[in-house]
Write a protein that binds this ligand. Structure first.
Ligand SMILES: C[S@@+](CC[C@H](N)C(=O)[O-])C[C@H]1O[C@@H](n2cnc3c(N)ncnc32)[C@H](O)[C@@H]1O
Length: 397
């Protein structure tokens, strides 16, 4: 269910190997004039005297780089950081400041919020570097805040600030059982929840549908294709992207009935609606025959191995000797080191009971479905330098 975010910004800074929208600046207070988060502006002693015991506020370490690194990690990953960004995105504060600075009172009126509470939120968000605070409770957008306006990362924050965030509160359950906390918290799997909750579904498909076509798809050659079948293709954004430049190509879009309702608008907007058949049906119940290419983009990672295998067997049954399967997903490298897929893998565990996979895990799964890997293309960008790290695996019978 969860896709990799599009940063919504093209500057290299925004593609730093960090989960933070500002690109992972080393200080949590990049725009702040005060060097310390503490009211007196001082650096507390190593044993944390500046922070009353039990208030939950971490303090900078003892001046060693390791303890300072740890402080940055803990401080910036705390709920207050993410939830402040969530409120910023959900209330559209960056968009409201897009035309120029406003007071927090004006923002409170525009967003129907409590004026004092919103001021305190804006002050904290300014300390994170998205706004600049001026005297008189006036807030101005910084370049980092500008990148947050209506972009994929804002959508990502919205999706992850609500139901997913509550699921993460129960992450211990997932770690101990290997099962998704989401199901325990909400009493049903995430896709069943989205099926019933129109608002949450809209938010989710805006994220996957708005400018988040994985760049990996552009490394695929569709020149000898006749029909591309996009399975779990959401509202058709990827299919529209593929068909737009290829007038000879036809498409089939398959997703759940509750999802494909918005597809005609997206496909018509791209001028390809007349060439696409829309199938509102679960891929567990079958996959249409006749495709020259079947696409599973950011779908297999939503599922554990047995469910992924059921999908792949249905795809295999629909394929001929000549057709190919294109899988677009994170491929986790063996060994240590940073890779965004290692975190997205945890998200899959907690929210969906799915997983990201290594190439050998993909190979094993595909073989069990009667398919062989024919090509593997890693992401064009260095995974350490970009959150858009899906790879392409092409398979055939
Ligand atoms: C993470 S999204 C990926 C969307 C899109 N392929 C992309 O690359 O952005 C997973 C998609 O699988 C769809 N899906 C979930 N369960 C499904 C099912 N049983 N049958 C068909 N599609 C399903 C969801 O509605 C969603 O659109």
């Amino acid at each position: 269910m969860t896709s990799s975010p599009d940063t919504g910004a093209s500057s290299p800074d925004s593609e730093a190997p960090s989960s933070f929208p500002d690109g992972g600046a080393p200080s949590p207070f990049p725009d702040s004039e005060a060097p310390s988060p503490f009211p007196d502006g001082g650096v507390p002693s190593p044993d944390n005297e500046a922070s009353p015991p039990g208030d939950g506020t971490p303090s900078p370490g003892n001046g060693t780089s390791a303890s300072d690194d740890l402080f940055q990690l803990v401080f910036r990953s705390a709920p207050w950081t993410f939830q402040s960004l969530y409120v910023t995105a959900r209330l559209g504060l960056a968009d409201l400041l897009g035309d120029g600075p406003l007071t927090s009172d004006e923002l409170a009126v525009a967003t129907e919020s409590d004026a004092d509470a919103l001021y305190r939120f804006c002050r904290a968000v300014a300390a994170l570097g998205l706004f600049r605070e001026h005297p008189g409770r006036i807030f101005e957008l910084t370049s980092t805040g500008e990148a947050f306006r209506g972009g994929g990362l804002a959508q990502f924050t919205i999706v992850n600030g609500a139901e997913n965030f509550r699921s993460w509160a129960d992450v211990m359950y997932s770690v101990r059982t290997g099962k998704p906390a989401f199901d325990r918290v909400y009493g049903m799997p995430a896709f069943a929840f989205l099926d019933r909750d129109e608002e949450a579904r809209k938010v989710f498909h805006t994220m996957v549908g708005r400018g988040t076509v994985p760049p990996a798809v552009d490394s695929c050659d569709f020149s000898s294709d006749t029909t591309v079948v996009d399975l779990g293709g959401s509202v058709g954004t990827l299919l529209a992207h593929v068909l737009r430049e290829r007038p000879e190509l036809r498409g089939v879009l398959q997703d759940l009935p509750s999802v494909v309702g918005e597809a005609p608008t997206v496909l018509a907007g791209a001028g390809v609606a007349g060439r696409v058949e829309i199938v509102g049906r679960s891929f567990f119940d079958g996959v249409p025959a006749g495709g020259s290419t079947y696409v599973l983009s950011r779908v297999l990672h939503d599922w554990g191995d047995e469910d992924a295998l059921r999908i792949l067997r249905n795809v295999r049954a629909a394929m001929t000797e000549d057709s190919r399967l294109v899988v677009i997903d994170q491929v986790i490298p063996e060994g240590g080191g940073f890779h965004p897929g290692k975190f997205s893998d945890l998200q899959m565990l907690v929210v969906l009971g799915g997983r990201e996979r290594t190439v050998e895990e993909f190979r094993g799964l595909l073989l069990r479905a009667g398919l062989k890997i024919r090509a593997l293309r890693p992401p064009a960008d260095d995974p350490a330098g970009s959150p858009r790290t899906e790879a392409v695996i092409e398979a055939g019978v």
